[in-house]
Design a binder for this molecule. Sequence first.
Ligand code: BGC
Length: 568
Amino acid sequence: MTSPRVTTERSVTVAGRRHSAEPDWWRRAVIYQVYLRSFADGNGDGIGDLEGLRSRLPYLADLGVDALWITPWYPSPMADGGYDVADYRDVDSLFGTLDDVARLLAEAHERHLRLLVDIVPNHTSAAHPWFRAALEAPPGSTERARYLFRDGCGPDGSEPPNNWVSAFGGPAWTRVTESNGHPGQWYLHLFAPEQPDLDWSNPEVRADFELTLRFWFDLGIDGFRIDVAMSLIKDPALPDLDRPDPVLDGPSRWADGHPYYDRDAVHEVWRSWRRIADTYDPPRTFVGEVALTSPNRLAAYVRQDELHTVFNFDFLKSPWEASAIREAVDATRSALDPVGSPSTWVLSNHDEPRHTTRFGFPDTGWRHPLLPDQGEPDLVLGTRRARAAALLLLALPGGAYIYQGEELGLWQVRDLPDDLLQDPTFRRSGHVIRGRDGCRVPMPWEGERPPFGFGPEGSQPWLPQPADWRAYTVAAESETRASMLELYREALRLRRSEAPLRSERFDWCDSPGGTLVFERGEGFTCAVNLSSRPLALPADRVTILRSDDTAGAGLAPDTAEWFRLPTP
Ligand code: BGC
């Protein structure tokens, strides 16, 4: 690990002055997710980097978001797009250097953008020095005790220690060859074999992560998005599962007492992290990736002395149906309100099919639209719904996340050539599930042909961009009043300027089946029509923003409107 070569005092001071006025900024922040590899390529190697991101900060500031969540930038063999970390306290040369981070931070803070970065505590990369040392060391050694090495089952240990499966397919265990050349112990990896799970009952593991937190906090990072925050602690007996479900298989199938999922002891880790975050001025912030069965279990992660916020997967995975969305909103609010944590609302991220595509299928529920036999999505319909969903997302009380490109209405690229797919899911599912690459295609910024300003002219993005994206570049959409980008810009501007949207008030209004109507105070109302019939709205309302540009008394199917009612 190298030390930072630049001082960040200035940015920390800038941040401190600005932030101390708003210590609770995360309660209603709009956070923009930067999937770094695909955001902007500053050096022309086809891969997004910190220099590219820095050059696009004016765009993000102008868009009107409050903070950025940046996916992992650490040195990594990229077996899982950087979620396989070889050194937690440095930057991969693909993305830049620690100096680049410091520059990015200073410039982001000057533009009033806070930075959260991903941290991956459940597993390291197999290239991490700890794991290399564990492979060299014998069974029972302190080096192996940082991970979950176990003898295999069966007379010669040739069966895995239990029946757990990897989130990406195949067994969750891999057998190593010992230094004598013979097959030896097995190690656990809930994800790819290149991502060995750490043993969080080992104090050395805990202490090292605390150093990592301090390292980035000292540099001025405003907080972390915590990867797989519910699975760090394993039942030491490592028992077989009745039904070995993969970790990423949806939020609804785990019961309490699962051997690696949502175990009570994980909360001690978050309490100790919170204590560290609170020693900083301004205090640093955490958002946890906690995919859970019940919003009530979720609430435990955001108690006053734990994480600040968690992602809301119930909302993300809701079909385009009023009752399902209302249920997700209510369940989330009633679970989180008692612990005083704001809800967060997310429609897409780098692991999920883009919602423009999802909403264009006849069945809009969450699934992998990249499985075979799903037919073609109706992207006109999907886009219309995505526009309405944007107004819903940004009118709900609490925080909201925007995944890069969602503001342009980008869709899931479903026809990437097989040989370019990098997501380990594709290989490990026997080439059945095409995986997550289709939502990670590099951003189109400007111009008539690829790379659409993602990198310098003539450079080749790591995944090919559809030629049709010429009409979806930031430049093209900035010139079209009715574009998705202009809708997001306007909604974000209003979210800042409309006092009711800054309040905590929220009340459902009576409305016909298939519709969602709620008030945020002072007569500010959001109506979303998910039914197939027009929704009549009050004639005396004042329209603030609509998701489509048809005028009229009623709200057309799959559209939304913000309006104000005259106060009596
Ligand atoms: C991240 C994924 C990653 C996995 C393993 C997650 O939930 O969002 O992109 O593959 O953790 O680190």
